[in-house]
Design a protein around this ligand. Structure first.
Ligand code: F6P
Length: 536
């Protein structure tokens, strides 16, 4: 019998919600971090924890033990564990699209030992198919890596078909074999593709067309232009190629659930995945091929293993020691009680520079919803705005506002203990700055003059990896995926659809021919006025 998630209590209908409101009014609003540390010498231990491949310090957050206990009550009253188990059992929890949500299956080992999600039993055929595809894709990645003639790999994809692979490829730069350049083209803005193509030769280039649906406007437009460029520069569509010319069949591969459409496009090398993998959860699937080409099959398997370890933690740890749950409860506490509207991501490692962009899609496309699973308008706020830049750069740009602005923005620091370089002094300074910023946000500074006064009491979370390597990156990303699942489950929304992106797509289709024809009939005055200006 399928579990109907809409039968679980929405957070605002659970008894603990009213208790949290009372606690917030009585103590939460006036909570002072400095005092909390003075009163409780065990605060750091109580509000921090190890999880697979990482350590997280939650102690500099505006939360006390009673609030934490009430939030855990809330999680239980909302059936968070049962909702989690429904996902892991492969239930069709993405109800608006009638799909299961099983990205965790992509990282379940072929010879699994220990914790096993229910879906492995319920979808044994799928798991076998996952591993067949993974083996084939990794064999292909190794073949590309061995082919010294291929110097450039261009991933053409957008959203989840771009952000995850790009973020991970950059993050794992230390493990990337030299001699091959990875390019990521996502935007329909031709400047992006043109700037890449200008530096390439067809013979030494491999194009990966990455699209779950194989219908996305940007990706199809870029893929067509790449193919035209390839043919115009001496490539051939003939297969097998004659006269030693580079051929489309060997220089294009597709990563998609819509293998038929890729074949129709003329791409014969295809790696598939399944509709139960959401776009923003797809870097573990064939969409991860650019990562595998960059870092190799072994590292890609370690990435999967790190994520799997986090899956097992999320599935089995008691709620009070369950890291994704603790982060999500804090997110809800900040969004719905403190009223904070955003969260700043501060990766203190330049290889994590695309992490904020990746997390933006993960969180905001998943939980940027205004109705619950039953379609009822929500009386409370959902997804915060996520934003950020690597430290220490951000310190010299917007940290002024974080320290002295009128809004309180919780900051999530991500730091890495061991550097991947040997440049003397840099890493110590980097880490010292991360610690100092978190300290300054909390401590503040008294100054009668006003301008130099820091109120302090500004919250932050500190995520610490020992090394930025495939396994720890996998765990970090899976942690964030599950955290978003938990806040969505508490808010009672479907985190796995994205209807909000549709309207703009439909309107762009209507406007595109109008740019050529000038037909402004039926348009609002502003759009019509802008259309006229663009045509002159
Ligand atoms: O428009 C939003 C979206 O559907 C994302 O959810 C997705 O990651 C992206 O577009 C790309 O979609 P596709 O992989 O099907 O090209």
């Amino acid at each position: 019998m399928a579990v109907d998630l809409s039968t679980f209590a929405r957070c605002d209908r659970a008894p603990a919600w009213a208790a949290l409101q009372q606690h917030f009014a009585a103590q939460g609003r006036g909570f002072d971090l400095r005092q909390a540390f003075r009163q409780d010498p065990g605060r750091f231990e109580a509000f921090s924890q190890e999880a697979p491949h990482l350590f997280v310090d939650l102690s500099k957050n505006l939360i006390d033990a009673p609030a934490q206990a009430l939030l855990l009550d809330l999680a239980r009253q909302c059936g968070l564990e049962a909702q989690r188990d429904a996902m892991f059992a492969g239930e069709p929890i993405n109800a608006t699209e009638g799909r299961a949500v099983m990205h965790f299956l992509l990282r379940y080992p072929a010879a699994g030992a220990g914790w096993m999600p229910g879906a492995v039993r319920n979808a044994a055929g799928e798991l076998a198919e996952v591993h067949r595809t993974l083996d084939a894709m990794l064999a292909y990645a190794e073949q590309v890596r061995a082919d010294t003639a291929i110097t450039d790999v261009v991933n053409i994809g957008i959203g989840g078909s771009d952000l995850g692979p790009q973020m991970a490829t950059l993050a794992l730069d230390e493990f990337v074999a030299p001699g091959r350049r990875m390019h990521f083209v996502s935007n329909v803005d031709g400047h992006e593709l043109d700037a890449v193509l200008r530096r390439l030769q067809p013979r030494s280039t491999l194009f990966l067309v990455a699209s779950k649906t194989f219908t996305t406007l940007e990706t199809m437009t870029n893929a067509r232009s790449a193919r035209e460029w390839f043919l115009a520069q001496g490539g051939t569509a003939d297969s097998p190629a004659r006269d030693g010319r580079p051929d489309v069949a060997s220089h294009f591969a597709a990563l998609t659930t819509n293998v038929a459409a890729a074949r129709e496009f003329g791409i014969t090398t295809t790696f598939g995945f399944w509709d139960w993998v959401g776009g923003r959860y797809s870097l573990w699937s064939a969409i991860g091929l650019p990562i595998a080409i960059a870092v190799g099959a072994q590292c890609f398997r370690e990435l999967l293993a790190g994520a799997h370890a986090m899956d097992a933690h999320f599935a089995t740890a008691p709620l009070e020691r369950n890291l994704p749950v603790r982060l999500a409860l804090l997110d809800l506490w900040y969004r719905n009680f403190h009223g904070f509207t955003s969260r700043s991501i501060a990766p203190y490692h330049s290889a994590l520079r695309r992490l904020p962009a990746y997390l933006q899609q993960l969180e905001m496309e998943s939980n940027g919803k205004r109705v619950d699973r039953a379609g009822q308008a929500l009386p409370f706020a959902t997804s915060p705005v996520l934003w950020g830049e690597p430290g220490t750069n951000g310190q010299h740009a917007y940290f002024q506002m974080l320290h002295q602005g009128t809004d309180v923005v919780p900051v999530e620091f991500v730091a890495v203990r061991r550097a991947a370089h040997r440049l003397a002094g840099h890493h110590e300074q980097l880490l010292a700055n991360a610690l100092a910023q978190a300290q300054a946000l909390m401590q503040g500074k008294d100054d009668a003059g006003g301008h130099r006064h820091f109120t302090g009491n500004r919250p932050s979370t500190f995520v610490l990896l020992d090394r930025l390597e495939p396994a720890s990156l996998g765990a970090l990303v899976a942690l964030q995926e599950h955290r978003v699942f938990c806040s969505g489950a508490l808010w009672g929304i479907n985190s796995f659809d994205q209807w909000g992106v549709e309207l703009g797509k439909v309107l762009a289709k209507d406007i595109t021919p109008r740019l050529a024809s000038g037909d402004a009939a039926g348009l609002d005055a502003s759009t019509a006025g802008l259309l006229r200006r663009l045509r002159t």
